[in-house]
Ligand binder design. Structure first.
Ligand code: BGC
Length: 294
């Protein structure tokens, strides 16, 4: 996703995605701006997991861990595309067994559909062998429409009463901690900057535990008071990474809200299952909704 124009309260449209100005930078895209991330979004500890008694070694691109599908993740591969409607396009990709170390030939589709006030992102995957699958969209949002402006004044609500604490390499410790009484509490609207000073590392890069669901439900809402722009995010996934990002060398200039399975699930049996079995279909839907500006 390279750009997404949304009107402010005066009807002035601006691009609310942070991106690049030219194709060369988009190809490199080390930050995963707007990418579909897979085969496994987020981190797998030690770049290794055991499945059905076999140890699988993945590429370690976030040493010593595996991040966002590896060196040539789904953000780097060539997808096929097909227009499926007046406002929709479907991308397909066949990931061969062994790619980045994963088992199973995986067939993936991602369809984008634009409606009047929403954008839908729908992913499916099937495999001929059991494999971890965790796809997400990695758009960087700045609702001011100015990619150089800070997002600390954006008001954020995340419908999650728990989150996953992480170690220094950003791997979940396994604890499922209450947000109440901590800087991670966004159960009521709060500016992103409000409790930032209380955080170790001075940034958010954590997975939130959403209420159990198989259907779409509201996970987060963002409001930017100067422009009046609002974004609501719906997903059917169990978790959502909230990542407060530095872009183009400037701190706190974008936020990523990445619905997904929990990070490192293939190594953490207490987390929701992330293994796709042959004969099953992985289905992940994200709906970005843009209500009338306030
Ligand atoms: C991760 C960050 C990472 C960023 C870019 C996010 O999804 O949570 O830790 O730095 O992606 O790779």
């Amino acid at each position: 996703m390279q750009s997404l124009s949304v009107p402010d309260r005066n009807g002035e449209s601006a691009d609310i995605l942070v991106g690049y100005d030219n194709a060369v930078e988009w190809l490199e895209n080390a930050a995963y701006f707007g990418s579909t991330v897979g085969r496994y979004a987020n981190r797998i500890s030690g770049g290794r997991f055991t499945l059905n008694g076999i140890i699988y070694e993945l590429s370690k691109n976030d040493c010593p861990n595996h991040l966002h599908g590896g060196v040539n993740g789904f953000n780097k591969v060539q997808w096929n595309s097909k227009i499926t409607g007046e406002h929709s396009v479907k991308f397909t990709y066949h990931s061969p067994a062994g790619e980045e170390g994963y088992p199973g030939n995986l067939k993936v589709t991602v369809e984008y559909s634009l409606e009047k006030q929403s954008l839908s992102w729908k992913a499916t995957a099937t495999s001929d062998e059991a494999t971890p699958v965790n796809l997400t969209n990695h758009a960087y949002f700045n609702l001011t429409g100015d990619p150089t402006a800070e997002v600390l004044g954006h008001s954020l609500t995340i419908h999650a009463s728990k989150y996953l604490p992480v170690n220094e390499a950003l791997i979940p410790t396994g604890e499922q901690a209450e947000v109440a009484g901590t800087p991670f509490d966004f159960t009521r609207p709060k500016t992103i900057g409000e409790n930032l000073g209380l955080l170790n590392g001075n940034s958010f890069d954590h997975n939130y535990i959403l209420s159990p669901a198989t259907k779409l439900r509201l996970a987060a809402r963002v409001e930017e008071k100067n422009s009046g722009r609002i974004m609501e995010l719906f997903t059917n996934q169990p978790g959502m990474q909230f990542f407060l990002a530095a872009t183009h060398g400037r701190k706190h200039t974008a936020l990523c809200l990445e619905p997904q399975k929990f990070p490192d699930s293939p190594n953490q049996p207490a987390f929701p299952d992330s293994i796709l079995q042959p004969g099953e279909t992985y289905e992940h839907e994200i709906l970005f909704r843009f209500p009338d500006p306030i």
